[in-house]
Design a protein around this ligand. Sequence first.
Ligand code: PMP
Length: 401
Amino acid sequence: MNAFSPAHFRSQFPALSGAESYLDSAATTLKPEPVIAAIHQYYSSASGSVHRSQSRQARLLTDHFESARASVARLLRAPHPEDIVWTSGTTEALNIVARCYVQPRLAPGDELIVSEAEHHANLVPWLMVARQCGANVIKLPLNAQHLPDLDQLPALLTPRTRVLALGQMSNVTGGAPDLARAISLAHASGAIVVVDGAQGIAHTAVDVNALDIDFYAFSAHKLYGPTGTGALYGRRELLREMSPWLGGGKMVKQVSFSGFTVQDAPWGLEAGTPNIAGVIGLNAALEWLETVDRPQAEHYTRGLATQAEALLSRRPGFRSYRSQDASLLAFNFDGVHYGDLATLLAESGVTLRAGQHCAQPLLAALGVSGTLRASFAPYNTADDVTRLVGSIDLALDLLLD
Ligand code: PMP
């Protein structure tokens, strides 16, 4: 691994050859050459599908596909490759946990604790299963730092609590709760912990084993991989107890008109032809990331967000919702609608996100109907910060005239 070089890192992203400043990496990261090349290579060869054909090429492809499971297990420090289930992304992974593990065990009056900081993907599936089973979703409120208030957790945990659903990192504030503390409290009370790693995966290392996480979900596209692919880690004994959600090819051992038997996890939870190109792309992203000094890259990225926040805070009416040291910056200006500002920034070639960021309860707790969000990645530069700030100055001149 070489020392982190922002220029070298950036040079590997063909999408950055244009004039735009891309500040929306929390929505999805751009893709480096090796990921694009791996997907291109897959579609350019006649390798077929996985787990089906006996041809030499198809067998090599199956090996490649299964070795990607091992790469994800290494990334998450999961004990076994078989603890990883391929999904279409974080949303699907969290829905699988809700449907296949939690729902069959949920009785009327049971409780699911969900933090107020969650993305809708880690709230709506819980509301859905709770509605179906007569269970209750309990809010773990935010503290003054806009983090899930773990001081309130012990009082919320009851013998009826089945699940604590918590994000590793907020996609609005960038805040990261103390997972170890949350998990030990939840486990002491007999609840399982489901962690949404969609944002955290790109910024902090995770060790699902050391943290004793029960389920952890992430999406490849937030980690320089393709869209439509993600992974679910599940503790072995829990994965084994899950009843499949989708039925179809490859998830069964035997089928007749009188019934079927299901493959062991993870294959029993992966019906149908998988997203092979997606898995190959994710594997390429993980291999490529091994060449990057990720802590240095993260330090650099956070520095850009800090710089942007410092410059913008000199402008009147600036309000930041950024957690300390986050690599993203959610903000507003008093008297300016975030949508208007985002439209003008887009015209200046600055791509960022404005709105509710699929986190309506969090925004309600912050007391705002929406925000702008500039999210940085190691391919961004000080020029992007200068351009963001300069474009905001021009836009504010127009809007506040
Ligand atoms: N959780 C968080 C914190 C996210 O930021 C996102 C993506 N915006 C998701 C879940 C959902 O991820 P996906 O859309 O890739 O399923």
